[in-house]
Design a protein. Structure first.
Length: 517
């Protein structure tokens, strides 16, 4: 092996245009289009690619987010050589924050000489250590630990009027993991998967909880237990004003349970024969009400087979500009584009959506109310594509469940932090990380003071510097002028500022008697 490495090294250092005799560690003279440059390594410098992390760490500190997460971690090690819990939790948080989706990516953090110290860590753990330590956490205690911190993030918002979106996303698997079952998988048919049942606060894009189940437990029947467990953890005053879901939730069991609990719901119905018959009957009738975005709506009552009674049904329709006989079966990414097209007497082609609801609201609002449910798909896309829900897979299901919740927690933290900087927009990680996190930073110590020099090549860096100056002033004010406030009271002030658009300018207060985990 050593001879092979020497051969590779000799080939790289002895080729045309390079120095024929060079030490293995450099420096090297390299020909570029801008001329010959000298390249060298500086392995002792305290630098980080997460140059703007210090601002996010202050956000975590003032909000009382990171220290309690470490202190409450149900990891108990007795060996004097065992790593500290802070190093374990901090390594995972840094990896998730950096956008990693594999445990192997943790190796990218090992040469970071700045970030661990900002979180009070001694070192970055290896990927193998992280996996082993996760396995030592009792699953039930670990879930309760992370649920408590997910609740802490959102609890001050739950006394505001809010909507709970329930949905499921499929995570394809490529190994022999526990729960890897071939079942419903629209994008990769025949591929084993896990089902992520997710509960999202509509409008804020914050995740309340996620339950990871085997791939063949993807229906609402399997999601219902975790849904009601979530709601029963909350006081009644914190319950949502509306429960919203897709066609998989429009079943007698889900509707009857919501009615028994006094919780309004809005679900989409599948295009069964009786639903299609209803659409045909209403198509030729008038009195359609404008529902916005080109949609018109009618309401009626319907009782399907298996239902215990008649329920309010809202039918939405929109004229299709291009007539084609294939629109009913056309798919994009496994999703049916049009629910049920119908050609009327005037030769107009319509697409339809049929909703069942117990909500007592004006007919005109239902079009936009259900369209807003599509925002949950944006949350899934971000969490799976940029936050690790598509990765961090282990052979056992327990660790997958723990990391899925930890990913959701770090995602919530970062989403609120990004809105603290820009309250007008929700910036997804694909744009917010390069703008608000990535930059080259060098740590310098002089006269017992630590300085971090940041260099950002992002075009939006000047504007971000101004915004960050405002955020630093705000967070410093919380520490200096509000020392008598608890962490939860400070967190309420942070949420009120970050989600000012979602809250319409209202200032939120801590829930009475709430004790953080």
């Amino acid at each position: 092996m050593s001879n092979q490495n020497e051969g590779i090294s000799g080939h790289l250092t002895g080729g045309p245009g390079l120095v024929e005799k060079a030490e293995e560690t450099g420096p090297f003279l390299v020909n570029t289009f801008g001329g010959r440059v000298q390249v060298d390594w500086d392995s002792d410098a305290s630098v980080t690619p997460l140059g703007q992390l210090a601002f996010f760490v202050e956000f975590l500190k003032q909000g009382g987010l990171f220290d309690p997460l470490v202190n409450n971690c149900p990891l108990y090690l007795t060996s004097p050589n065992a790593p500290a819990k802070r190093d374990f939790v901090g390594t995972l948080v840094l990896s998730i924050l950096a956008g990693h989706c594999r445990y192997a990516h943790i190796t990218c953090l090992h040469s970071d000489g700045v970030s661990p110290e900002l979180l009070g860590m001694e070192k970055i753990l290896s990927e193998d250590s992280v996996r082993r330590l996760l396995k030592k956490i009792n699953e039930l205690k670990g879930i309760a630990w992370l649920q408590g911190h997910l609740d802490y993030v959102t609890c001050p918002l739950l006394r505001e009027p809010w909507i709970l979106d329930v949905d499921t996303t499929i995570k394809p698997l490529y190994g022999h993991q526990e729960g890897a079952v071939v079942s419903y998988n629209p994008k990769k048919p025949g591929r084993p998967s896990h089902a992520y049942h997710s509960y999202i606060m509509a409008g804020s894009r914050l995740v309340l909880d996620v339950a990871v189940e085997p791939g063949n437990e993807h229906t609402s029947k399997h999601a219902s237990p975790s849904l009601w467990a979530l709601l029963h953890r909350l006081e009644r005053a914190q319950w949502p004003k509306l429960l919203r879901g897709d066609a998989g939730w429009g079943s007698e069991a889900n509707m009857a349970c919501a009615e028994q609990e006094g919780l309004a719901y809005l679900f989409k119905l599948r295009m069964t024969a009786k639903v299609k018959s209803l659409i045909s009957r209403l198509t030729g009738e008038g009195n359609w009400v404008d529902a916005g975005k080109g949609w018109a709506t009618r309401e009626t009552e319907l009782r399907l087979s298996g239902w215990s009674r008649q329920r309010r049904v809202v039918v939405l329709r929109r004229r299709v500009k291009e007539r084609t006989g294939l629109v009913a079966s056309e798919e994009r990414d496994g999703q049916l584009l049009l629910g049920f097209p119908e050609i009327t007497a005037g030769a107009d082609l319509y697409e339809h959506a049929v909703l069942v609801t117990s909500l007592d609201a004006e007919l005109e609002v239902f079009g936009q109310l259900y369209r807003d449910r599509g925002d949950a798909e944006n949350v899934f896309d971000e969490l799976k594509g940029h936050w690790g829900w598509g990765g961090f897979t282990t052979r056992d299901l327990a660790r997958c469940r723990l990391v899925a919740r930890l990913v959701a927690l770090v995602y919530n933290w970062w989403s609120i932090y990004a809105r603290l900087i820009d309250p007008e927009h929700h910036r997804e990680a694909i744009t917010s990380r390069p703008l608000l996190l990535h930059a080259v930073a060098r740590q310098v110590r002089h006269a017992k003071q630590t300085h971090i020099k940041i260099t950002s090549s992002h075009g939006g860096a000047p504007a971000v510097r101004r915004r960050l100056a405002q955020v630093v002033t705000f967070l410093s004010g919380l520490e200096n002028t509000a020392e008598q406030l608890s962490y939860l009271e400070k967190w309420c002030q942070i949420l009120s500022r970050a989600l000012i658009k979602y809250l319409n300018g209202r200032v939120i207060r801590p829930p009475p008697g709430y004790l953080p985990a």
